[in-house]
Design a binder for this molecule. Structure first.
Ligand SMILES: C[S@@+](CC[C@H](N)C(=O)[O-])C[C@H]1O[C@@H](n2cnc3c(N)ncnc32)[C@H](O)[C@@H]1O
Length: 348
């Protein structure tokens, strides 16, 4: 990994205050300052189409709108507009992680930036954390996790397909400009992992319920398991397996819907199209060894687990209430997860 600071001259803040600013290392050194040889640059044309080039002296970028010399970019500040020989202007910026992930080669489907951001936040990935991940797929989520743990943390990524692991390794090295010092990539099934003392486990794989023993062994007490699953059946199966396993506090789950906005004069409104579904996030905290989870305050609703309602003899209607709040007065059952007490402003 390139740890150099480039020749950026004196930091303007240092110049103004006289207080020395330590030189930037790693990513910070490579993601600011004038464009340099080897930098990845995203060129956006007037229609919003994006092209990525890796700067090489003497090389040219060719489109049907003419050619553009890399030398025009090398040494120029980020955020300039360069014009091709066909007279098309291109805005030149270093791609953000979200840009890189959406454009990079894929083996497996990637975690989208909106979900990666939520995973980093809700799994509470902190600088220096020790994180276990599976499967690494194309390496999109791994890039976010590596950024969050930083050079002093540890990310151990398991991937059972060697071909996907290769794609992930190439993507991660392309993004960080070389191997990340905190990353260990292992080809194999997470079920065989022997890591212990991990602060967080992040799963993006088909069957998280099959690896709960490994996860429980790996996590420190208080550690966070975060599973990202695509379907409600995977979510349900993982939750029930976690409850049955018993080494975890009560899990929580949510999904994130992101709607872009169209911004044009007075036409400021949500976009007509959006990505309707990506996946669900499930989090659960590891309990101390030998501790059984506190009893759940809510008893299962009739039929929530598939048994027939004793009153009617009928099976539960799909989508019916899953849990009944034991504290609610008779006849005032609340749906699982709904806040039971009403806020004063809600009162009639
Ligand atoms: C959807 S992809 C992961 C995508 C990845 N998070 C990303 O953002 O690029 C799921 C991956 O999990 C891997 N996988 C499934 N079960 C696994 C297991 N038990 N151990 C290791 N890898 C597993 C699959 O081979 C697949 O590559």
């Amino acid at each position: 990994m390139d740890e150099t600071n480039g020749d950026l001259g004196q930091d303007p803040q240092e110049e103004a205050t006289g207080v020395p600013i330590p030189p930037r290392a790693g990513e910070a050194a490579r993601r600011r300052g004038p464009f340099a040889k080897g930098d990845r640059v995203q060129l956006t044309d007037p229609k919003g189409r994006k092209h990525t080039v890796v700067l090489e002296p003497g090389k040219q970028f060719h489109t049907h709108r003419g050619a553009l010399a890399h030398d025009e970019l090398i040494g120029a500040p980020e955020g300039i507009v360069v014009t091709s020989t066909g007279n098309t202007p291109y805005l030149a910026l270093r791609p953000l992680l979200a840009d890189f992930v959406l454009a990079m080669p894929r083996g497996a489907a990637v975690v989208y930036p909106k979900d990666a951001a939520m995973i980093v936040g809700y799994a509470d990935i902190f600088p220096g954390a020790r994180v276990l991940e599976a499967g690494v797929g194309s390496g999109a989520l791994a890039c976010s996790l590596l950024r969050a743990v930083g050079d002093t943390g540890l990310l151990v990524s398991y991937e059972r397909r060697a071909d996907f692991a290769d794609v992930a390794r190439r993507n991660i090295e392309a993004f960080f400009g070389g191997p990340h010092p905190a990353h260990q990539l292992r080809v194999g099934d997470l079920g065989t992992a022997e890591e212990t003392d991990m602060d967080r486990v992040v799963l993006d794989m088909l069957a998280p319920w099959e690896v709960l023993g490994t996860v429980a062994r790996a996590l420190v007490p208080g550690g966070v398991l975060c599973a990202y699953v695509a379907t409600a059946t995977q979510l349900s199966r993982t939750v029930e397996a976690l409850r049955e396993y018993g080494a975890f506090a009560e899990p929580a789950a949510f999904e994130t819907m992101l709607r872009d906005w169209h911004l044009d004069g007075l036409a400021v409104r949500p976009e007509h199209r959006m990505v309707g579904h990506t996946g669900f996030l499930l989090t659960a905290r590891r309990l101390a060894d030998g501790v059984t989870p506190p009893p759940r305050r809510r008893r299962p609703a009739k039929g929530a687990h598939g048994e027939p309602d004793p009153a009617t003899g009928e099976a539960a209607a799909p989508g019916g209430p899953a849990l009944v709040d034991e504290a609610a007065p008779a006849g005032e059952a609340t749906l699982a997860g709904e806040a039971a007490p009403r806020r004063p402003a809600d009162e009639p």
